[in-house]
Design a protein around this ligand. Sequence first.
Ligand SMILES: C=C1C[C@]23C[C@@]1(O)CC[C@H]2[C@@]12CC[C@H](O)[C@@](C)(C(=O)O1)[C@H]2[C@@H]3C(=O)O
Ligand code: AKG
Ligand code: FE2
Length: 344
Amino acid sequence: MVVSTSTPLRGRKTRAIGIPTIDFSSDMSKTELSETIVRACEEYGFFKLINHGIPMETIDGMENEGVRFFGRPGSEKHEAGPPNPYGYGCKNIGTHGDQGELEYLLLEANHVSIAHRSKTIANNPTEFSDVANCYIQSMRKIACEILELVADGLWLEDKGSFSRLLKDEDSDSCFRINYYPPTISNINRYEEDMGVLDMQASRKTRIGFGEHSDPQILTIMRSNDVGGLQICSPDGLWIPVNPDPSAFFVLVGDVFQALTNGRFMSVRHRVVANGSKSRLSMMYFGAPAYNAWISPPPQMVSPQNPSLYKPFTWGEYKKTLYTLRLAAHRLDFYRTNVINDSEL
Ligand SMILES: C=C1C[C@]23C[C@@]1(O)CC[C@H]2[C@@]12CC[C@H](O)[C@@](C)(C(=O)O1)[C@H]2[C@@H]3C(=O)O
Ligand SMILES: O=C(O)CCC(=O)C(=O)O
Ligand SMILES: [Fe+2]
């Protein structure tokens, strides 16, 4: 079942719209469900997933490990850094000067790397590894289910066309925990309580995580009950996403856009850090293996829909993305010279 939830309008250049919601426990037929997911990916590159079936214990366990890590003294957290790009980072995103109001842990989503990294992350590395591996495995399962439903909804002959890329044992998927400290001070909070705080002014300058699209196939995001995430609508307006700790949010990434020959759009998004409480978000980025070729299945290309992008490997794309700033439109570098009717 799809329900539309209205999100309140905040500030100028944002607007309230219904964010597509997919319910895994609905009594819709598989065909209806897959077509609804395809529509959400085409129209927004984004949807909310409810009743996903992942036990709250798995989610809370991971969140608690995150809270424990970010609560450690700075000197201990820095032992897990600097990010290369994996590891602990603070404010610096990438290596080209992008900055955000956050701290983060970026990890490779595989057992060997997690076991190694956990030694600098937690006092009990085995516990951290077990919890993180369980969470990551659950995210991969959900991501593969979504990718198989999408293949179904696109009427592809090979239902594993997309999910196979994540099931590959060399998949380059990664996992990120972002921690945004509160940005409203006690003085602000007093002013807020008294109704004299200029919220617009205090909110304006705080970029938690700057505008970008995720480069991978898809992202499964979950946060605590503190908001801040905004997605960019097809007409360029920023839409605040209400937080929902019981749900996941699914974001189409650049590689999914290329794999669907532009039928899906990777969603531009950002985090505005404007809370009096800290936001903790956890992202699973589902990626192919380094040597996997990214090109659409034959059914997605025709004389009416010629290839929009040159084939590339994920490794090649990843190299390019680390030479660019956060906000770059990376996929444009791989465009063929085809001009669509819509661009004429
Ligand atoms: C500035 C950068 C950070 C980033 C790599 C990049 O050069 C451009 C893309 C960024 C991004 C955004 C989504 C994910 O959070 C991320 C891990 C990714 O794969 O691409 C980050 C990269 C990062 O923080 O290392
Ligand atoms: O922290 C969030 O809620 C989203 C962050 C994000 O977009 C990212 O890490 O790629
Ligand atoms: Fe992102």
